[in-house]
Design a protein around this ligand. Structure first.
Ligand code: CMC
Length: 437
């Protein structure tokens, strides 16, 4: 039993013995208080059990805040809607990494540092040819990003602040180059080198879509849409991939290895893989008439089908990122001259019906960021298998900022959860000839 007392402690009482322990309660700037249970085991001899971390904070952080009930997302105190409307991705990267909006000079220096790190070691090109052309781009990204630690030895000392910063810049700068290379590799087209005269999103589109045979002009509307997609995916506090990066970093692994671990965690359809899964689902639904059939499947507990792009562990209200993307979607389709995109019509109708359906209303299942991003990315010409890679490009800055924050803490402690053991008790070894046949 627990109860909160006036001194901001929680009292934990063992109902059987009557023993009780006072646990400190920590307060954040925003959000619910947390009970600090670090001394619980040494004092009370018990652990807590929370397998999916539904009620457990894993760190203190100053970077991102989410109020899931209100549908609010802020980076360093700035609302995501304002950042998407007023800022640009590189400025958001600076904000996430360094905590403040940059001055003009700081921004110029940062832009220069990122731009002049976008090329990858020429030997990396050879690494690609070891993969099959039909490899999933995320499979290539897992390998190739981890392999960066074999190329950039001069920024691997995690205890050196300057080297940490160089690694952070390298990751933010090079991951779009690698992502574009995975796309080119799977299409069988030559790699396109980065261009220093282009902005971050513009350069990325150039590396993905230009070919040596003709000039490619990046549409400002598409570059702006890409920039917004990057902003909206930049960070999302302690989600599965970010927690994976932090856990990997806590063992003192190098930053390239840590970010590679984040990419593997992002790949799953419950997380970053959802944008690919949404589009596949919309294609599978195929027409508005079939929506009720799929809604019924989503509600059926015996059917593993879930409505992809709906629901979120933290948001129990409309995902603010989805609201921005929904608007963006119309602009992009108009720019591309795509009228009456059938998948968009299915998506809009699905959203409308689901938001009125008791099952979704009661469980507070709203569209999330991935619901509309796939439609935009498809319209831009990205293959479906690239969608999660684009999420990884955008999230790299979040992972790196969270890793940097953790490394700057005074005492880095390895993350090491405990468990409730429910296996066999001690027993004697049975020789082979005495075991059941
Ligand atoms: N379709 C149908 N039912 C759902 C869905 C869905 N998409 N999401 C949750 N539910 C139901 C779930 O079955 C459960 O019902 P009940 O209470 O009757 O058992 C209830 O809602 C609560 O769900 P949960 O699985 O306990 O929630 P969670 O916090 O563990 O999972 C989630 C969150 C995002 C993994 C889940 O909502 C989901 O699988 N959504 C679809 C995948 C998706 O769109 N993922 C992208 C998330 S946003 C991008 C990112 O951050 O990576």
């Amino acid at each position: 039993m627990t109860d909160k007392t006036a001194e901001d402690t929680f009292t934990l009482t063992n109902d059987q013995t009557g023993d009780s322990w006072k646990l400190p309660v920590a307060k954040g700037t925003l959000g619910p208080d947390v009970i600090d249970i670090r001394k619980l085991y040494s004092q009370a001899g018990v652990f807590t059990l929370d397998p999916a971390f539904t009620a457990t904070g894993s760190c203190k952080s100053r970077i991102t805040f989410i109020d899931g009930d209100e549908g609010v997302l802020m980076h360093r105190g700035y609302d995501i809607k304002e950042l998407a409307a007023e800022s640009n991705y590189l400025e958001v990267c600076y904000l996430l990494l360094y905590g403040e909006l940059p001055s003009k000079a700081e921004m110029e220096e940062f832009r220069h540092n990122i731009t002049y790190h976008t090329m990858v070691h020429e030997q990396v090109h050879k690494f690609f040819t070891g993969f099959r052309r039909d490899a999933h781009p995320m499979a290539i990204m897992c390998g190739i990003v981890g392999a960066l630690s074999a190329f950039y030895h001069d920024s691997l000392d995690i205890w050196d602040e300057k080297q940490r910063e160089i690694s952070a810049h390298r990751l933010i700068a090079k991951i779009p180059t690698l992502a574009a290379m995975t796309m080119k590799y799977s299409l069988g087209q030559p790699f396109v080198y980065p261009r220093n005269d282009l902005g971050y999103a513009e350069n990325f589109l150039h590396m993905c879509f230009s070919v040596p045979a003709e000039e490619y002009k990046v549409s400002p509307v598409l570059a702006d849409a890409m920039d917004k997609i990057l902003i909206l995916h930049a960070d999302h506090e302690q989600n599965a991939s970010t927690s994976t990066v932090r856990i990997a970093g806590s063992s003192q692994a190098n930053p390239f290895a840590c970010i590679a671990s984040g990419i593997t965690s992002l790949w799953g359809p419950a997380h970053g893989g959802a944008n690919q899964a949404v589009l596949e689902m919309l294609e599978q639904i195929g027409s508005k008439e079939r929506i009720p059939e799929f809604l019924e499947r989503a509600k059926d507990k015996d059917d593993p089908f879930r409505l992809m792009g709906f629901g979120h562990r933290v948001y129990k209200n409309y995902d603010p990122r989805a609201a921005v993307l929904k608007k963006n979607c119309d602009e992009v389709l108009e720019e591309l001259g795509v009228e009456n995109e059938p998948l968009l019509e299915i998506a809009r109708e699905l959203e409308k019906i689901a938001l009125e359906d008791d099952y979704f209303v009661q469980r507070k299942l709203f569209p999330n960021v991935d619901f509309y991003s796939g439609i935009i990315l498809k319209a831009m010409g990205f293959p479906t298998s690239m969608f999660t890679v684009l999420f990884a490009v955008a999230r790299t800055v979040g992972w790196v900022s969270q890793w940097k924050e953790m490394m700057e803490e005074t005492a880095l402690k390895i993350g090491r959860p405990r468990q409730l053991y429910v296996g066999e008790g001690p027993r004697d070894y049975v020789p082979m000839d005495k075991r059941k046949s």
